[in-house]
Ligand binder design. Sequence first.
Ligand code: SF4
Length: 245
Amino acid sequence: MPDISKELRLRAEATTAQLRAALAAYKSVCYASSLGPESIVLTDLICGEVPQIGIFSIDTGRLFPETHELIEKLQARYGRRLRMYHPDALALESWVDENGVNGFRDSVEQRHGCCGIRKVQPFRRAVAGHGAWVTGIRRGHSASRALAAPVEWDPMYNLYKLSPLLDWSEKDIWDYLKAKDLPYHALHDRGYPSIGCAPCTRATRPGQDPRAGRWWWERTESRECGLHPRREVAIAAPVPENMMV
Ligand code: SF4
């Protein structure tokens, strides 16, 4: 990595070491790409250093066109396909019939229902049979995520959850992307720091919480999609020693 500072190179090596250790400990590891800037860092490290880790993403059916363009760019750059998971068609048709096409705005429960069908259920299928899944969450994302541990037992999906970018700063992430000239989501340059489904994401103002543009009509406490529920974090036991980097 010729254009990367020594500190950032060490961070990247520590993250790679965590990924390798996870593979050794849990055998089958998958990465759930959100296609945010952290995802690009992890995709780059996985494709370059730990290609045995499968990469997938979820196409909820309500993504921005720019998200699909980014998927194409990543696939072209790394010469491998991101496995895309989609909602169950019958369950989705039934939900929309009952709640309306944008019924997720009517209540937190309905929003969770939509996220459940469009995100959580496909995610459950994607991680089934794996020993661990990798996320790109960072402590700086939110107060809830600041409580996360590098390795946790994920009781919702019955496998370990690894967060090898927890201590990266936003600047670290962008320095890495720029130094390696990696593709990233076009909407980041238009004021969208955190990007999900199109109807549930909007641009933020400078200085606002990076996730303020997600489900902005809800209270802050409810703004998670179900993949990273807000909860008290219990560190998993046992945690392999070589994961504590
Ligand atoms: S983010 Fe919005 S559109 Fe996407 S699954 Fe959740 S509620 Fe539905």
